[in-house]
Design a protein around this ligand. Structure first.
Ligand code: SF4
Ligand code: SF4
Length: 434
């Protein structure tokens, strides 16, 4: 009974803290602008192919397969964790075992995957600590980013070791039953059957408590770590762009202006909608981004595949698409709590543009979309970059000289070239036709 009371208290505290963290992020999301979602069927298809079947990750066969196995393994082991929580609440051991065949399938899969994840985590550790993987480095990858990754790997390592020991010790106490539930760990369990039952039970309980304790710790660290992608990747893929790469959303307020210019009757007609506050063109700071842009920044795994494929970055320019996502999340964490407290007019004389992301970075982008193509969680970096460029051009007229000349030509000549419309066909004067 004491065990149950302690467990229920710990669970309520853990989920309470997690709820607070998630509500905080939700309140940040509410500060952002709307985003059009597109048809449900296509989004579901994308979620199944990219998120569930991990098609993008699997393009790199070895490390991709390890990542995919860890992902699938986590889904299976999640069922085991749900059972542990139900066990803790009810005081019943293996509370879901009445689901017979399904339970057996999930237990066997969990048994196999616990070993696969343990091996994968060791490989990831060795790769991070002892090998130099270029894409894990970059100006945006501070010491904290690396320790964050190593700490999360350590927690997953402890989770798997304790889970494996739980299954081994349970097998030692219930060998026959365990052979059909934990085929791998029952093999190890048979070596411990001669130990005293009390010792086995105590050891089992130590692993049980450590395992659930690490789960509670891990789930509360996630919202403040890059590993929040564990929660955010699937929703991010679900809401990701279904239009072809390179298609950019129109600006509604500009579309409205153009329509008014094309139809003078509309321009002088009484407004049909209430006159709203004049919106800023493009993105200057976090309150100008859409909720999908912010979701992108939460889903970023910091894997660096985008930056490794970015032609601007490869040729030595300042731009790193991963940094755009890291900066957006950082700036949101810095500014959003103040906006929530002091209102939307809060101003700290800083902004995402310039204080975090420089204009040099933004103009280095070729909008090739290679970053978006490579990103395993379908993050749309070019959209953010273009939104910020829109602010520079439309609010500050701060485009590079070459672009300004082109804009002036379009305005004066109706084309990007410095020739008047009357002279456009001069090149054809000397041509003869047969
Ligand atoms: S779209 Fe821009 S940021 Fe993305 S890969 Fe191309 S150049 Fe780099
Ligand atoms: S944006 Fe995508 S590809 Fe780039 S680091 Fe984040 S998850 Fe990886």
């Amino acid at each position: 009974m004491i065990k149950q009371i302690v467990f229920i208290t710990a669970t309520i505290i853990s989920f309470g803290i997690l709820g607070y963290s998630l509500l905080r992020i939700y309140s940040f999301l509410k500060l952002t602008k709307n985003h059009k979602k597109g048809p449900l069927g296509k989004r579901l298809y994308k979620t199944i192919t990219v998120a569930i079947f991990q098609t993008k990750i699997l393009r790199r066969p070895v490390i991709g397969l390890l990542h995919a196995l860890v992902f699938w393994g986590f889904i299976v082991i999640l069922f085991g964790s749900v059972e542990i929580i139900i066990d803790g609440f009810t005081g019943i051991e293996k509370s879901l075992s009445s689901f017979d065949f399904i339970y057996q399938i999930i237990s066997i899969s969990g048994d196999v995957f616990s070993w696969i994840i343990l091996i994968a985590v060791c490989v990831f550790f060795v790769r991070r600590v002892f090998l130099t993987v270029t894409r894990f480095e970059g100006i945006e990858m501070k010491r904290r980013s690396h320790s964050d990754a190593n700490f999360a790997l350590s927690l997953i390592f402890v989770l798997m070791v304790t889970l494996i020991w739980m299954n081994i010790l349970y097998s030692a106490m219930n060998l026959e039953e365990s052979r059909t539930l934990y085929p791998i760990n029952a093999l190890f369990g048979q070596f411990f059957t001669s130990l005293d039952h009390t010792i086995l039970l105590r050891a089992y309980e130590i692993n049980w408590w450590t395992h659930i304790g690490v789960i509670f710790l891990f789930m509360n660290i996630l919202p403040y770590s890059k590993h929040f992608h564990v929660f955010m990747s699937i929703p991010n893929v679900f809401f990701s762009r279904i239009e072809p790469l390179g298609k950019l959303p129109n600006m509604d307020n500009i579309t409205k202006e153009v329509k008014l210019m094309m139809d003078p009757n509309l321009a002088f007609a009484a407004p049909t909608e209430p006159v709203s506050e004049i919106e800023r063109f493009g993105v200057k700071d976090v309150e100008d981004v859409t909720w999908k842009n912010y979701l992108d920044s939460l889903a970023c795994t910091q894997c660096g595949r985008c930056t490794a494929s970015c032609p601007a970055n490869i040729t030595g320019k300042m731009l790193s698409p991963r940094k755009i996502m890291i900066d957006l999340r950082k700036r949101m964490n810095e500014k959003a709590p103040h906006i929530l407290k002091e209102g939307k007019n809060y101003n700290d004389n800083k902004s995402l543009l310039r204080d975090y992301i420089t204009t040099e970075e933004l103009w280095a982008c070729t909008t090739c979309n290679s970053c978006a193509q490579e990103c395993p969680v379908n993050i749309n970096h070019p959209e953010m970059i273009v939104f910020m460029r829109r602010f520079l051009v439309m609010e500050e007229s701060a485009a590079p000289t070459g672009l300004n000349v082109m804009f002036t030509n379009i305005e004066n000549n109706g084309a990007p070239w410095p020739f008047s419309p009357e002279d456009r066909l001069l090149w054809a004067n000397d041509l003869t036709t047969n």
